[in-house]
Write a protein that binds this ligand. Structure first.
Ligand code: SAM
Length: 329
């Protein structure tokens, strides 16, 4: 079922300068751990919860878009539809795409080492799979057509997914525009654009709470820490903070995504909002759901008695994020 193993992605020719270089270096350096070791992470509850939120988002918004696709797979029960996983990282969503019955996935990330790990994860998928092509690309500075041959882009995507990665584009208006161009250009009308990003309102509210005489603009807890460089920032882009998440992210520069600005820009690219929710609300909205409630137990977000696998610090860290879905019109 799998395509033959492709050659490892070429690493970017030279080390990238500036914040983007720090981001690439960080994600390239993070080791890929197996399933067993992942289970021992001190924040496994939070990681499971994040995965569950992504599964909800994919099942609710990506799955219908894939099912409605004109792309026909092989055989009567074949999977259908085409996905762009932008900022795919180490391929954490490969199983989710198989479950969503994708026919084809194009996966792309700026970190070439992660891209190779994502390809390996796809090759190891058991059960029904999909065709996949992997490429390394700075999706916020370069067009997607640089990474994929025209034939790969000839059929439009049914779904574009950006999980925990879109905020890196908000360093500048040019990068945000380039990112949205890459999202929208190859997405079919009626297709879904889904993602997860830090919640700017939450972050800025926490920043306001940092006392004026504090040594620096840091807040958080044992699980996550955020340090802003400026309390106020005049531009809609480039409001930078340094992010630490235990056992996941070691002080990486990230940028505030002001929601209204993002939604307005997205509309300019034909993308219209259908869903936006803080992670805590995704939880309360779906905990009693006949499908997503039991899924929460299977994904070990809660145990059979409904007891959470997250301690208070992890639960607080979980709500840094919001989930969204847009429809291309
Ligand atoms: N989407 C994956 C997931 O949910 O597991 C990975 C998320 S990881 C927190 C963020 C990813 O964004 C990293 O793999 C990073 O390399 C990628 N990224 C950051 N800037 C990027 C850019 N300019 N172009 C493409 N990917 C980028």
């Amino acid at each position: 079922v799998h395509e033959p193993a492709a050659a490892p992605s070429e690493p970017p020719p030279k080390k990238l300068a500036g914040d983007v270089g720090v981001v690439v270096e960080h994600y390239n350096m993070r080791p890929e751990v197996g399933v067993a070791q992942r289970e021992t992470s001190p924040i496994i509850g939070l990681k499971s919860f994040n995965n569950w939120v992504k599964s909800v988002l994919i099942t609710r918004f990506a799955h219908p878009a894939l099912a409605a696709s004109k792309v026909v797979g092989r055989g009567p029960r074949a999977p259908r539809g085409k996905v762009l996983d932008m900022g795919c990282g180490k391929g954490g969503d490969m199983t989710k795409w198989a479950k969503a019955r994708a026919a084809e996935v194009l996966a792309v990330d700026i970190a070439a080492v992660s891209v190779d790990q994502a390809r390996a994860r796809w090759q190891q998928l058991r059960g029904p799979s999909f065709d996949a092509t992997f490429a390394a690309l700075d999706c916020y500075s370069e067009p997607l057509s640089k990474a994929f041959a025209p034939a790969k882009l000839a059929t439009p995507f049914d779904v574009v997914s950006m999980q925990f990665c879109m905020h890196y584009a908000f360093e500048s208006i040019q990068k945000a525009r380039c990112m949205l161009e890459n999202v929208s250009r190859w997405l079919r009308p009626g297709g879904a654009f889904i993602g997860t990003i830090p919640n700017a309102d939450q972050l800025l509210q926490n920043l306001e709470g940092v006392p004026a005489d504090a040594p620096d603009l840091t807040f958080g807890n044992d699980v996550y820490k955020i340090r802003f460089e400026d309390r106020v920032h005049k531009s809609l882009f480039g409001h930078k903070y340094w992010f630490y998440l235990q056992d996941a992210v070691e002080n990486v520069p990230e940028y505030i995504v002001k929601w209204d600005n993002f939604a307005q820009m997205a509309a300019d690219y034909g993308l219209h909002l259908v869903y936006k929710e803080e992670f805590h609300d995704v939880f309360s909205e779906h905990r009693e759901h006949p499908e997503f409630g039991p899924l929460m137990v299977r994904m070990k977000v809660v145990d059979a008695n409904g007891e959470s696998a997250m301690d208070e610090d992890q639960w607080e860290a979980a709500n840094i994020y919001i989930a969204f879905a847009f429809e291309k019109r």
